[in-house]
Design a protein around this ligand. Structure first.
Ligand SMILES: Nc1nc2c(ncn2[C@@H]2O[C@H](COP(=O)(O)OP(=O)(O)OP(=O)(O)O)[C@@H](O)[C@H]2O)c(=O)[nH]1
Length: 468
């Protein structure tokens, strides 16, 4: 690698393999990422888990570095400042983004560092290569000395510290429900996590990741916003899909504010139009939320804003990047001022309606969505069978249900390799959530066509009455 930089505001660590010129990055690819730590816990590189879509010529610049290495057997790309074995490999929640130029060559990699990894001790091994974020790295220029300051949060997005000891009389509070609706993959769950500063909803590059509405609660002085991240509205082709769409649509009548989310880097589709019509019929305040402003339009130079604007009557339109946490303060203040008067509906320190067990099962599904291809991850339902707090670790046994024998084989992989990969990534996420070691025991079972079987859907928890 040539340089790296850290955007303190969002925690984005960027590895440069070339000097970037304006407009040079034209595409991006996303992959799961891990941090490589030395014995002192300092980050000395990262591992990106590639898939077969990446070809060697794309990695030409990356593999130019003396210590970078592609492990062809597993598709692991190592980007490092030294040739050493990591003392620890830590999975990151967010995917890494590989920026490509017009010839499809990778120019740089961005990973999002959780706050605890942004200290000068953790970054000490990378310090000699750090350039300050605002400086464009220029060929021939030496690296700028890196001084670590504590990351600045977007004002108001993190609310927990200002909640303690609130003395605001209850009749001066505002509270209400805010529905995040839109077609699959527009970034609803990413937005919810970004607004809460915590991961309460799983995210993946595949459509139809969210299956049931997830509530995320943001409490700030005098204000409680209950976000409902809804399944992406689509044309369903099985009972589970129908339930997902029904649950999403049923959040609309009760929402005080509706954020109709779209992907501004693409033109509106038929689904966007259908959802916009449904949103228009609801009583709540309607905001048009244009996500992914960080991404180049599909057609270079195109502006899809007017086409989205025409889909309905919007009280307000706001451009954001959920991934890069841009525009979120403005969005929150627009939502806040539209909330009805009322006392908080949830305890002020509660951030979601999901239990730790539900979230743990979701983390397993999230990793399966990353690692598995095509239909297999969508055919998965994860059940927690056992959860025992032991002295040194939490023991968790889960069953992963699939629909066919062939899917079971793919999920387990040669010699159990795929299940191991999913398990170790999920275990890292669960450990982060629980703050203690976890022993994760995964089993795979075939439940034929469970997505179309009403009784299987019922005992797997996919029932409308559970969420209304
Ligand atoms: N470039 C870019 N990508 C984003 C942004 N927000 C979300 N994404 C990516 O879009 C993909 C889908 O994000 P999700 O948050 O799972 O989308 P969703 O709308 O909840 O999807 P469903 O669960 O299918 O309804 C993921 O790969 C995200 O990383 C953004 O602001 N910019």
């Amino acid at each position: 690698m040539k340089y790296c930089s850290l955007d303190q505001d969002v925690g984005a660590l960027y590895f440069y393999f070339a000097d970037l010129a304006e407009g040079q990055v034209v595409a991006a690819m996303e992959y799961p990422a891990h941090l490589l730590l030395d014995a002192q816990g300092a980050i000395f590189g990262c591992r990106i888990d590639l898939d077969d879509d990446v070809i060697l010529s794309q990695l030409e610049l990356v593999l130019d570095g003396p210590y970078n290495w592609l492990d062809g057997e597993y598709g692991h790309l190592y980007v490092r400042v030294a040739d050493e074995e990591p003392a620890e490999v830590v999975a990151l929640h967010d995917v890494a983004v590989l920026d490509l130029d017009a010839d499809d060559v990778v120019l740089g990699i961005e990973v999002l560092l959780p706050e605890q990894w942004r200290t000068s001790e953790r970054l000490s091994r990378l310090a000699p290569l750090m350039v300050s974020f605002d400086d464009e790295p220029v060929a021939g220029e030496g690296p700028v000395v890196f001084t670590s300051t504590s990351p600045t949060e977007e004002e108001g997005v993190e609310g927990s510290e200002v909640l303690a000891g609130t003395t605001i009389p209850l009749d001066q509070w505002r509270s209400g429900f805010v529905a995040l609706v839109g077609k699959p993959n527009v970034g609803k769950s990413t937005l919810l996590n970004a607004l809460l500063g915590e991961k309460v909803a799983i995210v993946s590059p595949r459509p139809q990741t969210t299956r049931v509405p997830v509530r995320g609660i943001l409490s700030r002085p005098g204000e409680q916003i209950i976000f409902i991240d809804t399944p992406g509205i689509h044309e369903p082709n099985h009972r589970l899909g129908k339930l997902m769409v029904e649950l999403a649509e049923r959040t609309l009548p009760n929402a005080d504010v509706i954020c109709f989310m779209v992907d501004i880097s693409q033109p509106p589709s038929r689904l966007d139009r259908t959802i916009a019509r449904e949103v228009q019929r609801a009583r709540g305040h309607k905001l048009l939320v244009l996500n992914k402003v960080d991404q180049k339009p599909r057609q270079p130079g195109a502006n899809y804003l007017p086409a989205y604007r025409e889909l309905g009557e919007w009280e307000m339109e706001i451009a954001i990047s959920a991934r890069r946490r841009l525009g979120l303060t403005a969005l929150l203040s627009e939502i806040g001022r539209r909330l009805p008067s009322g006392p908080p509906l949830y305890p002020l320190d509660q951030i979601t309606d999901q239990t730790e067990q539900q979230l743990a099962a979701e983390f397993v599904r999230e990793k399966a969505l990353f690692y598995l291809q095509q239909e297999v991850p969508h055919a998965i339902a994860v059940e927690v069978e056992e959860w025992i707090e032991k002295e040194t670790a939490t023991y968790i046994r889960m069953t992963i249900n699939v629909e066919k024998e062939s899917q079971k084989g793919i999920l387990i992989g040669a010699g159990g390799s795929m299940l191991k990969k999913i398990g170790s990534a999920a275990r890292a996420s669960i450990e982060r959530m629980l703050g203690r070691p976890v022993y994760l025991d995964l089993w795979v079972k075939v439940r034929h066509n469970w997505r179309d079987d009403p009784s299987a859907l019922g005992w797997l928890g996919y029932r409308a009455k559970n969420f209304l």
